[in-house]
Design a protein around this ligand. Structure first.
Ligand code: C2G
Length: 130
């Protein structure tokens, strides 16, 4: 069984996220999503999520491509995650191009094109009439 992992905040879940998850799943049979916790988002990414970790986890678990959701609590858990979950392929959107190549001794590292014109930030701006 080929196992795939990806990481993210996935706030205000949208079709760009779904496109990423659908394509990530095509690299294997089992997709793990490491979901950024509220603390990690605030402390490390200065992101204040609209939905809490539990709400974002519930949404992700309802997606057919997603098999398991685990917490992302720090930047440097990726190597241990890849080993612990026997990951074959690590997938991220290409806004992260090259940033995770240090994992390539452990697993395949794939960067996928982002879906254009949609982002959580954009949604918030448009809803605020900016
Ligand atoms: N994404 C995409 N197209 C978009 C928006 C997002 O393909 N229009 C992808 C991103 O490239 C990422 C995933 O969807 O692979 C999740 O996006 P975010 O929730 O913004 O994740 P991010 O804050 O980049 O967190 O340790 C890694 C970080 O946790 C990644």
């Amino acid at each position: 069984m080929r196992r795939v992992i990806t990481y993210g905040t996935f706030d205000l879940l949208h079709y760009g996220h779904i496109n990423l998850l659908r394509r990530a799943k095509q690299y294997g049979d089992y997709l793990i999503v490491a979901l950024s916790t509220d603390e990690f988002n605030w402390n490390e990414k200065q992101k204040k999520c609209y939905f809490s970790y539990e709400q974002r986890k519930q949404l992700l678990e309802s997606i057919r491509y997603v098999d398991l959701v685990i917490p992302e609590e720090c930047w440097d858990q990726k190597r241990s995650d890849v080993k612990e979950y026997h990951i074959d392929t690590f997938v991220m959107g290409n806004d992260w191009e090259g940033k995770f190549d240090f994992l390539s001794d452990l697993c395949e590292v794939v960067y996928l094109p982002r879906t254009p014109e949609i982002s959580t930030t954009q949604i918030k701006k448009e809803l605020h009439g900016e």
